[in-house]
Design a protein around this ligand. Structure first.
Ligand code: SPV
Ligand code: MG
Length: 575
């Protein structure tokens, strides 16, 4: 469990009433266990609405009888005991800090309901919603099921009994009117609303299984009038599962105070699980299912395992990364300056590029450095490096040299091109990044363009996608959608600088994708004609296409690629 969302019951309980005061429409989503609770609690989108920053999240959690029963493999007919429901409720409460509304089904008979109210209130739940049907109820959404309602008077008695035992002002008992579900008509719904409000209920949920919101809108008009007449202000709640094209703005204007997305996380999980299971059966291995599964590490992060790991050994984990510098190729442009040496041995202000790289890696605690040699391999030297030789350096790209050091990739690795000089501040935040694959990219190309003729690994970030509905542009995490030297520069948002970090999982996926491509390579004009021409960025693009998230870490300058004699002169000045 994660410790991040710790909150005491007495602090949580009042949060729903607080949210109702602050928000015109309180947004609630279903959870059915600890993990879905964390998703409901922590999911967030951020973006820009015509230039102004906005952030959106759910205000609370719906502990649904449908999804709690279904997650236990049972139908939603009050067959799951209250104690079993309470266990799920406690599981979710333990890992979340937002208010919870519990779906209390019919509430059982009044004595049972009194016990439920007491236990839920003590646990820190903010509200229970009970429906005015006869125990044991049937779920409301399935056509053709019998939907028998209690008399309004009996249900009002149950409300009174519940209200009489609650201990704090924070807890709410909300009545759910099932007249529209049971086809008892709008007049019955209106009559019941009046009876339940007069019995002291804290709010009304009107349920409907129509495709259109018309009938709940009609009820909302009546409800507003009724509140005026009774001189009260109590929330109105809806559950737009079937009439799901209705927008939150419309619900808000109609006078609804709480919207509940009642079953979506369970339905989404079920569909993904089924698809994954079938994908494995079809392929007789799990490789093809990986892109539709969250990386194990993301689950670790969500449930707090990474926090534990970090606490256990922050220092060691930061220093354990191995670094691979592919330095095998012969440089054509600087041939005359290099005099038969590899480019990494070029001196900048009296010190080789490789020595400078090793010094900045060491000063960031990175001492396990492997350099892949090729051209003039015997001349490639630096203190405390390990060397791996690529005898076939003429037949491949940097990618093929990098893979020669695969034994150093096992626990994750950092890759650094051999002709890059970095300022001190770039490595240390990169080392702390938790993403599985993260590439360092420079946004300077947004301000100026490169010299004609230079091969640049351009990057397009996913954020560049066109403005969405209602002109709100959501900020995805820093994800790369395209990378490579064939990207139209006017489309690019960044330039890849030749520095990347792979976690253990990221490295495993990188190696697997490489192996799969090397066995099943099919020429593609946007990539390369043969697998020997397949580059590091081609492989990264391939991973993106397969659904692996590739993140970027954005910098603005602070690095230099030694590409030609002008760069050498500039580097001599700078260093
Ligand atoms: C639930 O989520 O369990 C509900 C809402 O009660 S519904 O399934 O629409 O009846
Ligand atoms: Mg229910």
């Amino acid at each position: 469990m994660t410790l991040l969302n710790n909150i005491l019951p007495e602090h949580r309980r009042g949060l729903l009433k607080k949210a109702l005061k602050e928000e015109a429409l309180v947004r609630i989503i279903e959870a059915h266990n600890g993990l879905s609770g964390i998703v409901a609690n922590d999911a967030k989108v951020q973006g820009l609405d015509e230039g102004s920053p906005i952030a959106r999240e759910f205000d609370g959690i719906w502990e649904s009888s449908l999804t709690d029963s279904a997650s236990k493999g049972h139908p939603d007919i009050e067959v799951v005991s209250f104690d079993s429901r309470l266990q799920s409720i406690q599981e979710i409460l333990a890992v979340t800090n937002k208010p919870m509304i519990v779906d209390g089904d019919t509430g059982g008979e009044p004595n049972n309901f009194e016990y439920s109210v007491t236990k839920l209130e003590k646990a820190g739940v903010s509200a229970v919603i009970i429906e005015d049907k006869v125990f044991p109820k049937r779920n409301s959404l399935e056509a053709g099921t019998s939907q028998e309602q209690e008399t309004p008077e009996d249900f009002a008695k149950k409300i009174r009994r519940g209200k009489a035992v609650q201990a704090s002002d924070d807890f709410m008992i909300i009545a759910r009117i099932e007249s529209l579900i049971a086809e008892a008509g709008m007049d019955d719904a209106k009559h019941r609303a009046r009876v339940y409000l007069e019995a002291g209920v804290d709010g009304i949920m009107i349920h409907s299984k129509q495709k259109s919101p018309e009938e709940v809108f009609e009820f909302a008009v009546f409800y507003r009038e009724l509140q005026k007449e009774l001189n009260i202000s109590k929330p109105l709640i809806c559950v737009p599962t079937t009439y799901n094209s209705v927008h939150e703005d419309e619900l808000r204007s109609a006078g609804f105070n709480i919207v509940i997305y009642a079953n979506h996380l369970l339905r989404a999980a079920y569909q993904s699980m089924l698809e994954t299971a079938k994908t494995i059966l079809i392929n007789q291995r799990s490789f093809e299912a990986d892109p539709i599964c969250a990386p194990v590490r993301e689950i670790f992060k969500t449930v707090g395992f990474l926090d534990v790991k970090e606490k256990d050994k922050l220092e060691e984990s930061l220093r354990a990364d191995s670094v691979i510098i592919p330095a095998a190729g012969e440089d054509e442009i600087l041939k005359s300056v290099l005099n038969g040496k590899p480019k990494a041995m070029l001196e900048i202000s009296g010190k080789t590029i490789l020595d400078r790289q090793v010094a900045s890696l060491n000063s960031n605690g990175l001492s396990d450095i492997t350099v892949v040699s090729g051209y003039a391999g015997d001349k490639l030297k630096a203190n405390s490096i390990q060397k791996v030789h690529n005898p076939n350096y003429l037949d491949g790209t940097t990618l093929h040299s990098l893979i020669m050091a695969r034994s150093k990739m096992e626990n994750g690795f950092i890759m650094l091109y051999s002709d890059i000089l970095l300022e001190e501040h770039i490595l240390s935040p990169l080392i702390r990044c938790q993403e599985d694959i993260i590439l360092v990219v420079d946004n300077a190309i947004q301000y100026h363009r490169h010299d004609e003729g230079k091969v640049v690994d351009f990057v397009t970030s996913r954020n560049k996608s066109s403005a969405g509905r209602r002109k709100i542009r959501f900020v995805y995490e820093n994800l790369i959608s395209k990378i490579g030297d064939k990207i139209d520069p006017t489309e690019a948002t960044h330039e890849f600088i030749g520095l990347a970090k792979f976690s253990k999982t990221g490295a495993e996926n990188f190696i697997h994708t490489f192996e799969d491509c090397s066995q099943n390579y099919e020429s593609d004009l946007s990539k390369s004609k043969t697998f020997s021409q397949f580059s590091f960025t081609n492989l990264i693009q391939e991973m993106i296409n397969r659904g692996f998230p590739v993140h970027f870490f954005e910098i603005h300058q602070g690095w230099l690629e030694i590409h030609n004699e002008n760069d050498i002169a500039l580097a001599n000045d700078l260093f």
